[in-house]
Write a protein that binds this ligand. Structure first.
Ligand SMILES: [Zn+2]
Length: 173
């Protein structure tokens, strides 16, 4: 398994609509393993393929955060939201592509998602709580959308400027 570098906003690859995966190949299985490793290492609770520069509809997540609890790594290939609750929930979100920046985002509190697993089997699950927020945030990545796109323009511009500066500093280091 390999830890892959995570793209930092602003990057045109984070604004691109990703293509369907289709057939699950050995390369896709390896990529999913690497993405899980990269996510746990960061550490984070979700990672989408565009964040490591692959423009395909693949994401991983594990929202089990309690110390000592059994991890629940999920790999979602070609996920689709098939139902969203009327009820909304607000969480303070962050993103591995926007380090150390957090803001409240309001989304549907529950969603039903269908996807294909790594064995090529169709899966459906209704997500609630942090899982619901996370899966919506990650599916947004597949559509070239970031959580800061939900914020007011001024706040979004402020964060984008900070990230551009961070990238310049990292490039010089
Ligand atoms: Zn993110």
């Amino acid at each position: 398994m390999t830890i892959r570098p995570i793209l930092i906003h602003p990057d045109p690859r984070l604004k691109t609509v990703a293509a369907p995966v289709g057939e699950i190949t050995e390369e896709i299985r390896t990529l999913a393993e690497d993405m899980l490793q990269t996510m746990y290492d960061a550490p984070g609770i979700g990672l989408a393929a565009p964040q490591i520069g692959r423009s395909i509809r693949l994401l991983v997540m594990d929202c089990v955060k309690e110390e000592g609890a059994t991890p629940r790594p999920l790999v979602l290939v070609d996920p689709e939201i098939t139902w969203s609750s009327e009820e909304a929930a607000t969480y303070e979100e962050g993103c591995l592509s926007i380090p150390d920046q957090y803001a409240d985002v309001t989304r549907p509190a529950e969603v039903e998602v269908t996807w294909t697993d790594l064995e090529g089997k169709p899966q459906t699950e209704r997500f609630t709580g942090l899982w619901a927020t996370c899966v919506q945030h990650e599916i947004d990545h597949l559509d070239g959308k970031l959580f800061i796109d939900y914020l007011k323009p001024l706040k979004r511009q402020m964060i984008t400027r900070k990230m551009a500066k961070l990238k310049r500093e990292r490039a010089r280091a």
